[in-house]
Design a protein around this ligand. Structure first.
Ligand code: 0O2
Length: 245
């Protein structure tokens, strides 16, 4: 049986067990729903924590964007996209990485449940924004991977930061991990096309291989374009500062 089918099969068995349990305990519908709600409360809280952490990190970037626009020429951030990893993808990762199936272990071992993607026009802005975020005294850097300086063999480029940010709940301060991916518009365009190829079925092996080579080529051209655009911008800034003096 395929892993997916195994998962659906075991989920089906759990549902049947639950119904049987409620019948054995002589529970009426109301009691059964109460029980379900009670047992799902920690899961709801788990996802809510990640949503709150995303709000905190997004706000930090929006504030920096505003601040930078006063100091430099224009807003450094083109767009911000955030997501909480869905339940299915978390379970798949738990199975793949053999992580114990309890919320504490999942929280400890999976770093990208909350994801914030920041898209900039220029590479310099990526590093400037990352430095400013990491200087903030409530942000803890857990891991940094620079796939701009060291691109993946696929051609993938982005700056990845795993950070921990505090959220303030009713009676508790809680540290929550967020994966921040910073990339240029060109890197983002490339990554979304490559992502499509990776998850497409019914493409022959030969075709995948050809397209992968083509994508590595596109990534290099796109990196060169980013670098030239950065140079043009640097020259414009240098010139305009000279004129202002
Ligand atoms: P999704 O659907 O985007 O969330 P870890 O996550 O720490 O277990 P790893 O390998 O250390 O695994 O993470 P890595 O490679 O630093 O970053 C993982 C994420 O970066 C991926 O998430 C993608 O979003 C992105 N990424 C990494 N490599 C590539 C690549 O070659 N092409 C594209 N398009 N994206 C890439 P997920 O979980 O794979 O997917």
């Amino acid at each position: 049986m395929e892993k997916n089918e195994q998962f659906i099969d075991s989920a089906g068995r759990v549902a049947k067990e639950l119904v049987k349990f409620s019948q054995d305990m002589n529970m009426n519908e109301e009691m059964f729903l109460d029980m379900l709600e009670e047992s799902l409360a920690p899961v709801d809280q788990f996802f809510a924590n990640y949503n709150c952490a995303i709000m905190e990190v997004e706000t930090k970037f929006k504030v920096l964007n505003e601040q930078f626009s006063l100091k430099y020429d224009g807003n450094p951030i083109e767009s911000i996209h955030s997501r909480v990893k869905d339940y299915d993808s978390i379970i798949r990762k738990v199975i793949r990485k053999n992580i114990p199936r309890d919320l504490d272990s999942i929280e400890e071992n999976i770093n990208d449940i909350a994801g914030v993607r920041v898209v900039c026009s220029f590479v310099d802005d990526i590093y400037r924004l990352a430095d400013c975020l990491l200087q903030q005294d409530d942000i803890t850097l857990i891991r940094r991977k620079d796939y701009i300086k060291n691109p993946k063999p696929t051609g993938y480029r982005s700056l990845h930061l795993i950070v921990s940010v505090p959220i303030f709940l009713e009676n508790e301060r809680k540290e929550v991990k967020v994966e921040v991916q910073l990339r240029t518009i060109a890197m983002d365009f490339w990554a979304s096309l490559e992502h499509k190829l990776r998850y497409k079925k019914n493409i022959s092996k030969e075709m995948v291989e050809n397209l992968s080579h083509e994508l590595v080529d596109c990534a290099n051209i796109s990196a060169s374009l980013d670098s030239r655009m950065q140079n043009v911008r640097n020259l414009i800034l240098k010139e305009s500062r000279g004129v202002e003096k």
